[in-house]
Design a protein around this ligand. Structure first.
Ligand code: AMP
Length: 427
């Protein structure tokens, strides 16, 4: 791994990287930054979580001419959430670049507000393709001065039907622009866009190798369609899960799991593509702030989400393919933290699981859902371990005195400890 200091980047940006707490580069950054700084077109195959935002943001920022306040860079992302995240990351990275203006434009927000900011002048526009087109058509956005274009999560944008919009936007920018394309997968459609709109691009790829998926414990549990929901709640107990992002393959599945969780007293919300932006925002914020514990989502709705401190991902349905699986589990263990991904596999899901399991090369451990007795045992041991940990730090004299007073020939301290453990276990 390299240090950011090894690159030829300005002190303003180096200092901002220092403030963000990054020292070493990620593999995609190591490959993309020098190419980007040299002005090369890049086709990068990388997942969310690989650090690709910084990888393209540094070359974008270094190219800017701040006195000129017409858009010099346009970054296209599939969703509003990703636009906001990318704009936020660029603002952090450019915090010492005086007078830098970055604007996120996306559907769902009143257009007037975005128009006013655009009219005042911005250097970088981060937007969803539909809204960007809207601004171009209204005459709010002129891309004639654009020097760099980034297509972020290009495969997802195509899946969402943005192909024509992307091509229109690319055609509205000067031919000599720098074009950087990032995509988790590289289907023919993406290669075609690269071929038609990029100039001798350099292809770089970070494979789904261990170093790119940091410290994620991955377990799979065979289950039965009928008992799947019960098994989900058993996993909550086994792993003492207080909060998790739960994936289902369909909107119907999301609704089912979300409603049953609610009915069983778990604080939960649903997130899927059919919801209005406003509702999605509200739900996301609740989850981010810890006001809701379980978020049940489809792949599209959760795409690109960066949630810090998310310890558990649960695949209620097995992902359709390996790329999607990697994308899902990449929501945990962000920025070097560790995380855990649990997958429930029923008969219907078995073919998909086999496929994913093969490609993961033994990283997914297959386990059995523990029986009720085993779960109780795990729970009691956890309570005991937690209590034993406190022996090292707490002053227990006060409690020892009370126990001593209560114990007698008939009631040993051991018995008292056992009764306490039973009581705690009931809660
Ligand atoms: P991305 O793939 O761009 O969505 O980035 C994933 C996460 O990694 C974000 O939270 C970034 O802030 C963080 N990140 C990016 N570059 C680095 C780095 N070099 N070291 C540690 N964390 C990073």
């Amino acid at each position: 791994m390299m240090n950011f200091d090894d690159f030829n980047i300005s002190d303003e940006i180096k200092n901002a990287i220092g403030d963000m707490g990054f020292e070493k580069t990620t593999p995609i950054q190591e490959m993309a930054i020098p190419l980007g700084l040299a002005g090369r077109d890049i086709t990068g195959q990388a997942q969310t979580g690989s650090g690709k935002t910084i990888a393209f943001a540094i070359p974008v920022l270094e190219k800017l001419f701040i006195p000129d306040r017409s858009p010099q860079s346009i970054i296209l992302c599939p969703t509003r959430e990703l636009c906001l995240q990318v704009a936020d990351e660029i603002s952090k990275l450019g915090k010492y670049v005086k007078k830098l203006k970055v604007l996120a434009v996306y559907g769902g927000q009143p257009i007037g507000k975005q128009t006013r900011v655009l009219k005042k002048g911005v250097h970088i526009v981060v937007g969803t393709p539909g809204r960007v087109i809207d601004h171009i058509e209204r005459g709010n956005l002129n891309l004639i001065g654009v020097e760099s274009v980034v297509l972020d999560e290009a495969d997802e944008m195509l899946d969402m039907g943005f192909r024509d919009d992307i091509e229109t936007i690319l055609k509205s920018t000067p031919r000599q622009r720098q074009t950087m394309l990032f995509s988790a997968t590289m289907p023919t459609e993406i290669r075609k866009i690269a071929k038609n709109y990029q100039n001798n691009p350099k292809f770089i790829k970070v494979s789904n190798k261990k170093e790119n998926i940091p410290k994620i414990t991955q377990h799979a549990f065979m289950t039965n369609h009928k008992y799947k929901f019960d098994d989900l709640t058993k996993l909550f107990e086994v792993y003492a899960i207080k909060s998790a992002l739960i994936f289902c393959n369909t909107k119907k599945g999301v609704d089912f799991v979300f409603k049953r969780l609610k009915k069983n007293g778990y604080s939960s919300e649903a997130l899927h593509g059919d919801m209005t932006q406003k509702t999605r925002d509200r739900v996301m914020n609740k989850f981010r702030n810890g006001n809701v514990s379980f978020l049940v989502a489809t792949d599209v709705a959760a795409r690109g989400l960066d949630i810090s401190n998310l310890d558990f991902i649960v695949n209620y349905d097995v992902a359709q393919n390996y790329d999607s699986y990697i994308h899902r589990i990449g929501r945990t263990a962000r920025a070097g933290k560790s995380g855990c991904a649990l997958t429930l596999v029923s008969k219907e899901d078995f073919a998909n699981f086999n496929n994913i399991n093969k490609q993961s090369k033994g990283k997914i451990t297959q386990k059995k859902i523990p029986s009720d007795a085993e779960i109780e045992n795990i729970k009691l041991n956890r309570i005991l371990d937690d209590s034993l940990n406190s022996i090292k730090i707490d002053n227990l004299e006060k409690y020892i005195k009370i126990i001593k007073k209560k114990s007698s020939a008939d009631i040993s301290s051991e018995k008292i400890a056992a009764a306490l453990l039973r009581k705690l276990g009931e809660n």
